[in-house]
Write a protein that binds this ligand. Structure first.
Ligand SMILES: [Ca+2]
Ligand SMILES: [Ca+2]
Ligand SMILES: [Ca+2]
Ligand SMILES: [Ca+2]
Length: 393
């Protein structure tokens, strides 16, 4: 689930940044000017709610509703330049003289550019570097751990009602409850002299948790049902609704006339060095696929090989009576071994939101509306996954 949610915060902030940038561009300024010079121009920026509700009928417990507010770059409540969670590390004063000397590790005390001064002949130290104090721009200052809790809306009511007539749970309303560590994503930190040659350095990987609303109680999200999401936000005075139909996972086409394959129990078998591929068909309402290829290093360890979005292929779909068909080529350079291919399929609503260049509040991009009929940034949609094992030998 992480691929979509990990970008959520980033996109929320980028949205805020873009809003600010547009205002600044409108003021005709140069990029080097201090952004605070224009604080009057964007002090009227009003934070908005951004909602991402994604139902997973295959693993209902993975269904998630994120409710955050967008923020402006000058939001000094959120970006306060302080180390609010106490994980910032000053330089190591190895000789105990109370000041930073050449050769002493700077740790997080890298100055406002967040880069070590003498790195690759970079001229001198910048403001705040090695001063023993936390400064804005340094690692572990205003980082995700600190700012995420400040942008989450933890107080909303989140209700999901099955509005699919004939469904066993028609009319039932499911409650989603706030969970402070609902999911996580990973960030890669590049430190030290190799920072600008990131490819050469092994990054430090940090897991960042964020809060969201999760399924509570016994009821579940089903497949092929229409749901209405209702979000009551007292904080924003909004009553937001949207509907979506959950769609089933893809069905792999093994040994079909079009895609003859060798299937050994549940595993597709390919010959090393030969080109091949895996095909699947999916619900008529599918829009975007997301492919994840992992290698099984040991019996319980999967290592990500690659992942990317994909789309139904028109030609294959037309020869499949209009039922969407997707295809993932397996190239001849895939080394022998056991792999797991996971195909996630997004329904129309989620696909439009996830993969479109439209502005965030375009009524085509978001299917959420407030009580006044205005578009709300975000989506209610569904995603379902299915996996198949592949042996290259
Ligand atoms: Ca010293
Ligand atoms: Ca400092
Ligand atoms: Ca911190
Ligand atoms: Ca802070």
């Amino acid at each position: 689930m992480n691929f979509n949610h990990s970008n959520f915060l980033i996109r929320t902030i980028i949205f805020a940044l873009l809003s600010v940038c547009l205002i600044i561009l409108g003021a005709g300024c140069e990029k080097d000017l201090d952004i605070t010079t224009f604080s009057k121009d964007y002090e009227s920026y009003v934070p908005e709610l951004r909602i991402e509700a994604v139902f997973d009928p295959v693993h209902p417990e993975n269904s998630i509703v994120r409710i955050d507010r967008s923020i402006a770059i000058d939001d000094t409540m959120v970006f306060n330049g302080l180390d609010d969670d106490g994980d910032w590390a000053p330089f190591s004063d190895l000789n105990g003289n109370g000041k930073w000397d050449a050769g002493e590790p700077l740790n997080d005390d890298l100055g406002e550019d967040g880069i070590e001064g003498q790195d690759e002949g970079f001229p001198g130290r910048d403001d705040g570097e090695g001063n023993g104090l936390p400064d804005q721009g340094e690692p572990n200052i205003d980082e995700y751990d600190e700012i995420l809790p400040m942008i989450h809306d933890t107080t909303a009511q989140v209700l999901v009602t099955n509005i699919q007539e004939g469904s066993p749970s028609y009319g039932n309303t499911i409650v989603f409850e706030w969970v402070s560590r609902a999911d996580s994503f990973q960030i890669f930190k590049y430190r030290g002299p190799g920072r600008r040659n990131a490819d050469e350095e092994d990054p430090e990987v940090e897991t960042v948790y964020y809060g969201a609303y999760r399924l509570a109680g016994q009821d579940t999200i089903r497949c092929g049902c229409e749901y209405e999401l209702t979000i009551l936000s007292e904080k924003f005075g909004l009553n937001i609704t949207g509907t979506t139909i959950t769609i089933p996972p893809v069905e792999f086409l093994t040994n079909s006339r079009l895609f003859p394959t060798v299937l050994d129990e549940d595993t597709l078998v390919f010959v090393y060095g030969a080109n091949g591929g895996v095909a699947w068909q999916s619900d008529i309402r599918s829009s975007v696929y997301y492919i994840k290829m992992e290698k099984m290093e040991t019996s319980d360890s999967l290592v990500l090989e690659y992942r990317h979005p994909a789309f139904p292929l028109e030609i294959l779909t037309s020869v499949n009576s209009g039922i969407p068909v997707g295809y993932e080529p397996l190239f001849s350079d895939i080394l022998p071994g056991l792999y797991k291919l996971t195909v996630s399929v997004m329904n129309e609503n989620y696909g439009k939101y996830f993969y479109s260049d439209l502005p965030l509040k375009d009524p085509e991009k978001t299917n959420l509306r407030d009580q006044f009929g205005n578009s709300v940034i975000g989506v209610v949609g569904s995603i379902a996954d299915n996996s198949i094992f592949i042996r290259v030998q």
